[in-house]
Design a binder for this molecule. Structure first.
Ligand SMILES: Cc1cc2nc3c(=O)[nH]c(=O)nc-3n(C[C@H](O)[C@H](O)[C@H](O)COP(=O)(O)OP(=O)(O)OC[C@H]3O[C@@H](n4cnc5c(N)ncnc54)[C@H](O)[C@@H]3O)c2cc1C
Length: 382
C-alpha cells in the first residue's frame, strides 16, 4: 500500500477545523472495527476520524509505505510499472484507492473575479477567522457549502450563498437520524447495476447535512433564518458583476419534491416492515422558502464581497495514471470497480458498487467484491 503522506492523509491535511462527519458514529465501521465509544449517535470530529483510521491501519497490519508518492502507473509486459518517489515497482495488478476528492472543482468563471476579492477552496479554508472582514460569497449549497455558510455567518461576516441543484434532507426524521433510514430502508444498498441513471447517481451532490451535537437540520430555511442571503446559481461574470440565474423557486421545489419522495419511501418501508410503531409519527417538512426578490447580480468591485469560498465540489486527480482509462470528464471507466484495463481496479468512488460506496461504511462490501475479482484475475493468469 503506497501513501504519499501519512495514514489518513486527506483527513489530516485537506479538511477544515470544525468539520465533523455527517455520518453518525455507529455508521463509522471498517472491517473488524466499529465505533465503541459512549456516543453512537454523535458525529466524529476530524481528529477522531484520523485516529479511527490509524487504529484500523494498526489492527489490520496493513503494509502501508507512507511518504511514497506514486508519480506514474503504466502498462508493462506482465502488468503495470509503478513509479514512486521511492523507486519503481513491477505489479501484476493495481488497486487505485487514491480518493474521489483530491482536488476542489472550481468553475472557470473564478478567473474573471476581480483581483481584490480573495478566493478560497475548502482545501484552503480552515476557520472563518482567516477570512478578511466583510461579505463572503459561498458558492454551492451541498454539504460543504451549507456548513461553511453557517460557520462564516456566525462569525459576523454576512454570507451570500449561491444555490444550484442540491439535495435537501432533514437531519432527523420521525425521531431517527436520516442516515439510519437510508441504511434501514436499503436505499444505501442499492447496487450500481440497479440504479436507473448511473451517470447521474455518480454525479449527485452531497446532501445538505451537518453533524452537530444538537442533531440540527441545516437546510436553506435554517440558513435564511440565520440571515444568510440566498441567490441563484452563479452563471457568469460581466464587467465585474457576478450574474446569478433566476428560477430559485424551481430549484427549491425540485429539491423539496425529491426529499418528500425519499421520506415517503421511508414511511412505506416502516409500514411494510412492521416498524411503524417503533418510530415517531410521519412528518411533513415546510417547503423551502423562496426569497421575495433574490438578487440576480452582485457587484464584485463594490467592496461588499471581500472573499469567495468555492464549495462547488471535488474531483479525483489521476495526473499520475498513464493508462488510457479515463472518460471525457476525467473519471475512471470501470464496471463495479474493475477498471477498463485488465488487472486494474478502483475503490472509494461514488456509487462504485452501491450508493454507500464513497462513505466509510461503504468500503467493506466493495473491497470484498473487488478483491474477489482481483484474486480470480491473478489465479486465471497462473
Ligand atoms: C469534506 C468531506 C467530508 C466527508 N464527510 C464524510 C462523512 O461524513 N462520512 C463518510 O463516511 N465519508 C465522508 N467523506 C468521504 C470520505 O472521504 C470517504 O468516506 C473516505 O475518506 C474515502 O477514503 P479513501 O481512502 O477512498 O480516500 P481518501 O481519504 O481521499 O484517501 C486517499 C489517499 O490516497 C492518497 N493518494 C492520492 N494520490 C496518491 C498518489 N499519487 N500516491 C500516493 N498516495 C496517493 C492520499 O494522500 C490519501 O491519503 C467526506 C469527504 C469529504 C471530501
Amino acid at each position: 500500500m503506497l501513501e504519499r503522506g501519512e495514514v489518513a492523509n486527506s483527513w489530516r491535511t485537506e479538511r477544515w477545523d470544525s468539520l465533523r462527519l455527517l455520518t453518525p458514529n455507529w455508521q463509522s465501521r471498517l472491517p473488524g472495527l466499529r465505533y465503541e465509544g459512549p456516543d453512537p449517535d454523535g458525529y466524529m470530529a476530524v481528529a477522531e476520524v484520523t485516529e479511527f483510521i490509524e487504529r484500523f491501519a494498526t489492527a489490520s497490519r496493513a503494509p502501508v509505505r507512507t511518504g511514497t508518492n506514486v508519480t506514474s502507473v503504466r502498462h508493462a509486459d506482465d502488468g503495470y510499472r509503478v513509479t514512486t518517489t521511492r523507486g519503481e515497482l513491477a505489479c501484476r495488478a493495481v488497486v487505485i484507492a487514491s480518493g474521489a476528492c483530491n482536488r476542489p472543482s472550481v468553475p472557470h468563471l473564478s478567473e474573471s473575479v476581480p483581483a481584490p476579492v480573495e478566493q478560497l477552496t475548502p482545501f484552503d479554508y480552515r476557520d472563518p477567522g482567516k477570512l478578511p472582514d466583510g461579505g463572503v460569497l459561498v458558492v454551492g449549497a451541498s454539504a460543504t457549502g451549507v456548513q461553511l455558510a453557517a460557520e462564516v455567518q456566525r462569525s459576523g461576516r454576512p454570507v451570500t450563498l449561491s444555490v444550484g441543484e442540491h439535495v435537501r434532507l432533514p437531519r432527523t426524521y420521525r425521531g431517527r437520524d436520516v442516515l439510519w433510514w437510508m441504511d434501514a430502508a436499503g436505499v444505501w444498498d442499492q447496487r450500481y447495476d440497479e440504479v436507473e441513471d448511473l451517470t447521474r447517481a455518480r454525479r449527485l451532490p452531497s446532501p445538505q447535512l451537518v453533524g452537530t451535537p444538537e442533531r440540527a437540520t441545516l437546510d436553506l430555511n435554517a440558513l435564511a433564518s440565520m440571515g444568510v442571503e440566498l441567490v441563484g446559481r452563479w452563471s457568469a461574470v460581466r464587467d465585474g458583476q457576478a450574474l446569478f440565474s433566476g428560477g430559485l423557486r424551481n430549484v427549491f421545489s425540485l429539491a423539496d419534491l425529491k426529499m418528500r419522495r425519499l421520506l415517503g419511501t421511508f414511511d412505506e418501508w416502516a409500514l411494510t416492515n412492521g416498524h411503524d410503531g417503533e418510530v415517531g409519527p410521519a412528518e411533513r417538512l415546510a417547503p423551502t422558502r423562496v426569497p421575495e426578490s433574490a438578487r440576480l447580480q452582485l457587484d464584485l468591485r463594490s467592496g461588499e464581497i471581500r472573499s469567495i469560498v468555492w464549495a462547488t465540489g471535488f474531483r479525483p486527480d489521476y495526473g499520475w495514471l498513464d493508462v488510457p482509462v479515463l472518460d471525457a470528464k476525467g473519471q475512471l471507466r470501470h464496471e463495479g470497480g474493475a477498471v477498463d484495463s485488465p488487472g486494474l481496479y478502483a475503490l472509494g468512488l461514488p456509487v462504485l458498487r452501491r450508493r454507500r460506496s464513497t462513505f466509510i461504511c461503504g468500503i467493506e462490501d466493495d473491497a470484498r467484491a473487488v478483491i474477489d475479482h482481483l484474486a480470480r484475475y491473478l489465479a486465471g493468469r497462473g
